[in-house]
Design a protein around this ligand. Structure first.
Ligand code: CA
Length: 233
């Protein structure tokens, strides 16, 4: 099997070295770019499996790099941002990034994000190859055609909004969805009170879905950012 090719976009050479050394020792192949223009060029000419993208680049905004790549590709993009760029991180997710890492990060965090993204890629490829309209994740099954969800084979009694939320998260398994993205999809707007409602619906959905709602297995909370459905083994 081919080792996955990762494009590392980072202008800070010490961070870049940390990332590329980690990739090397964990059997990834990599390419690197230190500005936005060369990132776009490398992404288009080498078609990497995953892009690790620093948001603060010398020549252009990392968010514009995401927008450009999204005009031709859905390749997973993991954003790397400094803590001071928190609102940029949310803008980046809304622009189509899949996940994020906040500086400073550990090697373990980096590898965990890559694994989540690889599982998401594998799942997307399965979905594209199969004609099945049934989603399976751990003990959760969603029959999209029938409009029903099951946990351990027993039907979950969900309200229409809880079901919509569950479907939205499942269609994007492994990907962090921002509050704005979710409320836009569910209610068509993203006012503050929609985000408050989202929190309420998410709590009731979790009560039905999670064995332990306080340490959820399926739906992860990203405080101040949004939610993500995890791929459960
Ligand atoms: Ca930078």
């Amino acid at each position: 099997m081919n080792k996955p090719l990762i494009l590392v976009v980072e202008d800070d050479s010490s961070v870049k070295n940390l990332i590329t050394t980690t990739l090397k020792t964990h059997e990834y192949r990599y390419l690197s770019a230190s500005n936005g223009a060369s990132a776009i060029m490398e992404a288009s000419s080498h078609n990497p499996e995953i892009v690790l993208l620093d948001l603060g680049l010398p020549d252009m905004d990392g968010i514009d790099v995401i927008k450009r790549i999204r005009t031709w590709s859905n390749m997973p993009i993991i954003v790397i941002s400094a803590r001071s760029e928190d609102s940029d991180k949310i803008d980046a997710l809304d622009a189509g990034a899949d996940d994020y890492l906040t500086k400073p990060f550990s090697v373990e965090e980096l590898l965990a994000r890559l694994r989540v993204t690889q599982r998401r890629l594998a799942m997307m490829q399965n979905e594209n190859s199969g004609e099945s309209s049934v989603f399976r994740n751990g003990e959760l099954t969603i029959d999209y055609a029938a409009g029903c969800a099951y946990l351990k084979g027993a039907e979950l009694h969900l309200t229409p909004i809880e079901y919509k939320l569950l479907c939205l998260l499942s269609h994007n398994v492994g990907k962090v969805l921002t509050h704005t993205f979710i409320t836009q999809k569910i209610w068509g707007s993203s006012w503050d009170n929609d985000i408050a409602s989202l929190r309420v619906f998410m709590a009731t959905l979790r009560k039905k879905l999670e064995a332990e709602p306080d340490s959820p297995q399926y739906i992860q909370t990203h405080i101040g950012v949004g939610y993500r459905m995890m791929k459960v083994e």
